[in-house]
Design a protein around this ligand. Structure first.
Ligand SMILES: Nc1ncnc2c1ncn2[C@@H]1O[C@H](COP(=O)(O)OP(=O)(O)OP(=O)(O)O)[C@@H](O)[C@H]1O
Ligand SMILES: [Mg+2]
Length: 263
């Protein structure tokens, strides 16, 4: 995949165009698709019309790019243009509807060929585990359980995927303190015994500042940040710029309350 494009100071995600829908990844609840693109890359595509809507894709970008900046291995992300035609050729009706309804920009995750799901026999580097656990506690990720690890092992390294359910505050704005102060359930985290988030807290919390968070929010397409007409939220920020500021403020508030969510 090409390196991130430099968009006049703001480094943006690469843009690619889907050329073929290969298969549905049915183990994923949001019915992600394996898709080939015009850069000859193969991607796992998360569609805007899936269950949680574009907000899940916002969370994928914000948490994925934040994690990458904090030293967590995350497959490269790109924005992928999907033509409605791509769906019309699909025999499966569910896939056809999802792809057709998602015409336009979607999220592409670099496919890691030959990767396998994490299992406890894999020897995890304690520092890597600590970074993942810290990230998940910070963004309130509930999707890293023993049953559904959302961790892949590829080239002897642990890769974190599937951050669409993080940042739950963006489904109902207006209670920033409640999110900032919410405790994290370490019992449910598959790596909680493998790494201690307190061991990386000083380093990572010093890195997460307004500049880093703003850079990450700049990677999100405006359209995905607009209030969702299907799920009206009177407290939602009115436009994309206000939304970016609201995400940054909310995450800085969460950071300031680390005593509440560290173990
Ligand atoms: N980048 C990738 N490389 C290889 N396989 C992947 C990649 N991303 C996802 N997968 C595979 O597809 C499955 C579904 O992906 P993912 O968990 O991101 O989707 P989801 O619909 O959000 O899932 P969930 O049902 O957990 O909400 C993963 O469990 C994994 O097996
Ligand atoms: Mg998953």
């Amino acid at each position: 995949m090409s390196a991130p494009e430099d968009l006049g100071g703001v480094v943006g995600l690469p843009h690619v165009t889907a050329t073929a829908y290969l298969t549905a990844l049915r183990e994923g609840g949001s019915l992600p698709g394996l898709v080939e693109a015009d850069d000859l890359g193969t991607y796992v595509v998360k569609f805007t019309a899936a269950g949680q809507g574009p907000k899940a894709l916002v969370a994928e970008i914000v948490v994925g790019e934040l994690g990458r900046a904090l030293g967590v291995d995350i497959p490269d992300l790109a924005l992928i243009e999907v033509d409605a035609e791509l769906g019309r050729r699909e025999p499966d009706e569910e896939v056809q509807e999802l792809v057709t309804a998602s015409a336009g920009l979607n999220l592409a995750v670099d496919f890691l060929p030959g990767s396998v799901g994490y299992d406890p026999s894999f020897e995890v580097d304690p520092d890597q585990a600590a970074r993942i656990v810290w990230l998940d506690a910070f963004v309130a990720n509930v999707d890293r359980s023993a049953r559904n690890t959302n961790l892949l092992v590829w080239h002897k390294t642990l890769w974190a995927i599937d951050h669409g359910a993080c940042l739950r505050f963006h489904h109902a704005w207006g209670r920033p303190e409640a999110f900032a102060r919410s405790a994290y359930r370490y019992d449910d985290h598959v790596l909680a015994e493998r790494g201690d988030p307190r061991s990386v807290h000083a380093e990572l919390s010093a890195q997460v500042d307004r500049a880093l968070l703003s850079d990450v929010l700049d990677l999100v397409p405006d359209a995905w940040l607009l209030p969702d007409p299907r799920r009206p939220d009177p407290q939602a920020p009115p436009d994309a710029a206000a939304a970016r500021t609201a995400y940054v403020d909310q995450l800085l508030l969460r950071l300031a309350e680390a005593d509440r969510w560290l173990p």
